[in-house]
Write a protein that binds this ligand. Structure first.
Ligand SMILES: [Ca+2]
Length: 202
């Protein structure tokens, strides 16, 4: 009797965990629209730049933020279950002054890659979607942000998909030190290191 309970429990767990994973699919896009902006030149936008900047350049006392968005798979419906979604950015040049963190927050208003500047930047969610550690002098590495719940909200229609702002948190910047970081953008020549959205769904 005891053994049959164990066996049925294992079968139940198998059905719960293994079966949904087996039927899941992966959708990948590297077709982003993205740009970076700077506090020292508030009317400048860099939508056609081959990089995306964040952090603080100590020498010029300049602060950078980036914005990125992807159109989603048209086959997603409000019944689609998002198991995991990751925003993957290739960090070509990490901070050279000290370790840093970068965080992403959901953008709440519409924006255009070629028109966004510091002056007209859209509002963003107060809630942080995810944050990562950037290690001093660590270059040419993939940085991954977990965007699962945001993508589920986009697919459900609960939230508008205007992408994310990528930035160094303010509490970090007041510590001073050079934390400028440069990711590859959608304009970068080698498409294999452009930003990617990787969605595991069923
Ligand atoms: Ca761009």
């Amino acid at each position: 009797m005891r053994y049959s309970v164990i066996i049925y429990s294992l079968l139940f767990l198998f059905a719960l965990i293994i079966v949904p994973l087996a039927s899941a699919e992966i959708w990948v896009s590297n077709d982003s629209r993205d740009t970076w902006i700077e506090i020292r030149n508030k009317s400048n936008g860099e939508g056609s730049s081959s990089i995306l900047k964040t952090g603080f350049d100590f020498a010029s006392k300049n602060l950078f933020k980036s914005f990125i968005r992807f159109d989603l798979n048209q086959n997603f419906t409000n019944n689609t279950i998002i198991h995991e979604a990751k925003l993957e950015l290739f960090l070509g040049f990490g901070p050279d002054g000290r370790n840093s963190t970068n965080q992403i927050r959901r953008v709440l208003d519409n924006w255009d890659e070629n028109e966004l500047t510091w002056n007209n930047q859209p509002s963003v969610s107060k809630q942080i979607t995810d944050f990562v550690l950037l290690v001093k002098d660590e270059n040419d590495v993939w940085i991954s942000f977990n965007v699962t719940s945001d993508i589920q909200g986009f697919v459900n229609g609960e939230q508008d998909n205007f992408g994310w702002m990528i930035e160094e948190p303010v509490y970090n910047i007041i510590n001073m030190g050079d934390t400028e970081a440069k990711y590859k953008s959608d304009e970068f020549g080698n498409s294999s290191v452009r930003p990617m959205l990787v969605i595991d769904y069923s």
